[in-house]
Design a protein around this ligand. Sequence first.
Ligand SMILES: Cc1cc2nc3c(=O)[nH]c(=O)nc-3n(C[C@H](O)[C@H](O)[C@H](O)COP(=O)(O)OP(=O)(O)OC[C@H]3O[C@@H](n4cnc5c(N)ncnc54)[C@H](O)[C@@H]3O)c2cc1C
Length: 411
Amino acid sequence: RRRRRRAPLLVATPHQSSTADSPTFQQTRPLLNITMLATIGYGVASFVIAFVLAALLGSDGGALSKEFPWQFRLAAACRTPVLMLIVVPLSFIRGKYTLARRRLRRYLRGPGGKAAAIRHAAHVDSISEQLRAWDRGGRKRKLRTARSNWAAMSTKLGSNKEECNQIALGHMNEILDVDEDGLTLTCEPGVTMGELTDELLPLGLMLQSHIEMESITIGGLAMGFGIETNSHKVGLFQESVLEYEFVDSHGRRHSVTKDQPELFYALPWSYGTVGFLTSLKVKLLRTQPYVRVEYLPTSSAAELTSQLQRLAALGEGQAPDFLEATLYDRDNAVIQAGYFDARPSTAAPLNRINVWYKPFYYRHVETALRSGAFQERAAPRPLPLPRLSPSTRPRPVLTRPASPPSAGVDP
Ligand SMILES: Cc1cc2nc3c(=O)[nH]c(=O)nc-3n(C[C@H](O)[C@H](O)[C@H](O)COP(=O)(O)OP(=O)(O)OC[C@H]3O[C@@H](n4cnc5c(N)ncnc54)[C@H](O)[C@@H]3O)c2cc1C
């Protein structure tokens, strides 16, 4: 047999092209030319230079004690460039992709109603069918949700789902109903906090327990647990639930309210051991355009505890709507007490949060340790796209202060 010649990596140069009719040339399939190679080379070199510069200027790896193994110190030194050049760009792209996908999905599905109810019934049937099949098959393996570990907000990344019978719930991610007058929301368990913020904030609404991390699902909060900075007033997430709908291990559907207390109170913290949640109805709260935040520094654990207890125990109308603290070392902390604020007054300067050029929020809060207590009004960045489903109420308007805050007060 004749051996096949390998295609060369480089394209023929003009000099070589004079032999274009030679048999060798006709069999080659050029892949790269010199210009492309040079461009790739420049790209790689620029990346390496940026990586090394960021490592030298941005990391504190060199400050680590020599007692740490060199591999650990090297990894610490590479932390800044890895974050800057790899993690942040990738997560930015992924964030934009996720946002576009969920907006498109919402647009294609339309505004809930009967069509959503029909889709939901089909979704529940599909869960029941998966469970009946497992039941008929002799219940050989344990049941788990098919949600990938990396997608969940959990530290149990090592938890192995491979050996289990995985129930696909990924399609259960639709908001079924927003009752703006009755202040309730009904939705499927896979809807994330980010999707709910998109849906509710333009209506001037929020979940009674609206968790700040966008990727957490409402089903994970209901079957696991949820807490927020307004929990001193409204309790844990489970206390906002009015009704659960779930499918048991025989594939039977149940709707559970407080009228069946044994099941109703067994579901939160059950981590899916009672059944697979297929929808839930929760309470909503009305929001205001601004939150006035007071930053109160404390200098000992005892002072922090007593201040938090004092603020949380103030009566209705006086206790902060949101209450949390950031601890900077064993003694020093800053309490953040937030109050809903409808007025565009200039008494407290405006800080429009979530903007890329602002300092990290915890750094901003930390300034209270040096300069003493201060207050400001925080307002969310306006949502970039309009809401897709119709609302029966006029939308709240994010009002601006009469005169813009002076330079330096919008940190
Ligand atoms: C770093 C970190 C910070 C956190 N901060 C907060 C915080 O500020 N506030 C707060 O409230 N929580 C916080 N949490 C906890 C987090 O809210 C819970 O871990 C939550 O359960 C995660 O939601 P998930 O959507 O990722 O759920 P998953 O991990 O997917 O699910 C949680 C549990 O519910 C079960 N489950 C999910 N969906 C269903 C279903 N449809 N049917 C049956 N069972 C189901 C899963 O099997 C699992 O046992 C934090 C967690 C971490 C790791």
